[in-house]
Design a protein around this ligand. Sequence first.
Ligand SMILES: [Zn+2]
Ligand SMILES: [Zn+2]
Length: 270
Amino acid sequence: MRVWSLGSGSRGNALVVMAAGRALLVDCGFGPRALVSRLKRVGLVPEQIEGLVITHEHQDHAQGAERAQHKWRWPVYASAGTLAALPEVEARWRRPLVAGQAVDAAGAFTLEAVAIPHDARAPFAYAVTATASGARLGIAHDLGAVPDALPPLFARCDALCIEANHDPDMLRNGPYPPMLQERIRNGRGHLSNQQAGALVAGLSHPGLRAVALLHLSETNNTPALAAEAVSRALHRAGSRTAATAAPGRTPAALFTLDAATASGQLRLAM
Ligand SMILES: [Zn+2]
Ligand SMILES: [Zn+2]
């Protein structure tokens, strides 16, 4: 399994997950033209993508979803609530998911979803398992708190992509007005570095090989602070895995999990 970020943060989000030559796009916060150029920068083309998974309908995650679906005829996997916010997705390509029910996607993946708290209609976090290799990836994008159902879904993941939005001190002392700060912190906003660290530390196990941090605030966080907070939490939990922040504005390879993931083979390509 290989994972790329095409961009991460309030300016636009998209991940590509590839296994056995088949790829899923997770979120589409870019219009078709930007998507093509961002894919090109990591050596990919839209024709390689066989399905689109959406976490929630916010612009930075879904603004290009309907146009891309029309252009490339992708099936779109999301909660019924998220799909309701994307009315232009063609009826025959809508794939509503139910939390707790596993579905096959793109002929190479199993998708499992769980509801997460965020100020959107029905946001989901996902576990994506490559059918052939068994490599398992947990993706939790915007979430204000960690619901009880999330850790069990993410247990035994080989890799995690988790939001680490803000450093609490930077948020408190930064330029955001109190009302906006409260919306970020109120449990339906965004995870802090420390909350992400606690989540990841609780999920730590010998098979956890890579942790990428997503959706860092450009105002209230830095890649070094986020990576340090989460890596420290991992080390305290006995893990030797370090967390790395996905670049905000530029596409990048995040990690590669070899087919022999179970034996601990991993190449980091960050
Ligand atoms: Zn977002
Ligand atoms: Zn959001």
